[in-house]
Design a protein around this ligand. Structure first.
Ligand SMILES: Nc1nc2c(ncn2[C@@H]2O[C@H](COP(=O)(O)OP(=O)(O)OP(=O)(O)O)[C@@H](O)[C@H]2O)c(=O)[nH]1
Ligand SMILES: [Mg+2]
Length: 300
């Protein structure tokens, strides 16, 4: 992608975003790149794949890699797969952002610190600092966490309120290697629209179907057609049991309609054109119990 206009000291590299579940990794990536390529929700295990978000400035290209929250329980196949995605990403990064939530540090955070490689610069990002009413507690908290690892920088931010994101970006830029850009300047992700569509439907499930929804439901795009500017998308939500199916469909289909409308609006925003979306709910049990099933549904 390099050409005569690329400055010789252009910086470019991969920036892994890691941390325990729910600290705001995906929210941070989206606000940093200014587009919603990674889904977010207040539930843990929202992110289940490695998601790339790209931002290109005149002098640098930031290739962020959002990862699933690191799972402290490794007992099932899905959790094992999620954790493999995290460790695999750490191995191939130029810079790592280690996220914690302001004011809380626990065993789940320590487990992620234990994974951090020693030969890659790691920035400690203290997110959700807007939640801390008494700012005087932030500094001792930062010092406490900073003492646990040799961090290259410590930056308190609020991904949600966009606080201190320029400061964070400057720290990252300083740590990126000098390299020509890898992606085109308008690219925001390396994921396909088909994949993004399935993620958007899953986000609406997480948001509109209550805590009862089991984590083992997934979304499959059965058909994705484009005709001019119009995208026609046929999605299937796979659930474990009939009971889960009625939970998603809701009273007279009201819940599924809400999921579908909100998903369509997000897709239209992200793809920049009209979307026709049809969603069906199907019962298919056991897919998340084993590695073959997980691979069949796009897990690495
Ligand atoms: N108050 C506040 N809330 C935030 C901030 N950043 C994220 N959140 C909220 O925290 C919740 C989790 O955000 P996500 O971005 O999905 O977190 P995650 O770390 O990607 O979660 P997993 O993918 O499940 O590991 C959501 O409800 C966000 O709106 C922040 O800076 N301040
Ligand atoms: Mg996430």
């Amino acid at each position: 992608m390099t050409d005569a206009t690329t400055p010789a000291d252009f910086r470019c590299g991969y920036i892994a975003i890691v941390g325990r579940p729910n600290v705001g990794k995906s929210t941070l990536m989206n606000t940093l790149i200014g587009a919603k390529v990674s889904i977010t929700s207040r539930k843990a295990q929202t992110t289940r794949h490695r998601i790339t978000g790209i931002q290109t400035l005149p002098d640098a290209q930031f290739i962020y890699v959002d990862t699933p929250g690191f799972q402290t329980r490794h007992s099932n196949a899905l959790n094992k797969t999620l954790n493999k995605t995290v460790t695999g990403t750490l191995d191939s990064s130029d810079v790592i952002l280690f996220l914690v939530e302001a004011g809380t540090f626990g065993e789940a955070d320590q487990q992620v610190i234990d994974l951090l490689p020693k030969n890659v610069p790691v920035v400690l990002v203290i997110n959700k600092s807007d939640r801390v009413k008494d700012k005087a507690v932030l500094l001792p908290f930062a010092q406490q966490v900073a003492s646990k690892f040799d961090f290259a920088a410590v930056v308190p931010v609020s991904a949600k309120l966009r606080f201190q994101l320029d400061g964070l970006q400057n720290e990252i830029k300083r740590l990126l290697p000098e390299n020509p850009p890898i992606f085109g300047e308008d690219d925001i992700t390396d994921r396909s629209e088909k994949f993004l569509a399935s993620e958007i439907v899953r986000e609406k499930l997480f948001r509109f179907v209550g805590d009862e929804l089991p984590y083992t439901s997934t979304v499959l795009i059965e058909k994705f057609e484009q005709e001019g500017n119009l995208r026609r998308i046929f999605a299937a939500i796979l659930v474990e049991r009939d009971g889960h199916k009625s939970m998603i469909i809701g009273n007279k289909g009201a819940r599924l309609k809400e999921v579908s409308t909100q998903a369509r609006l997000d897709m239209e925003r992200l793809f920049g054109g009209p979307v026709y979306l049809e969603i069906w709910v199907k019962v298919k049990s056991g897919w998340a119990d084993n590695e073959a099933g997980l691979r069949a549904y796009g897990y690495e």
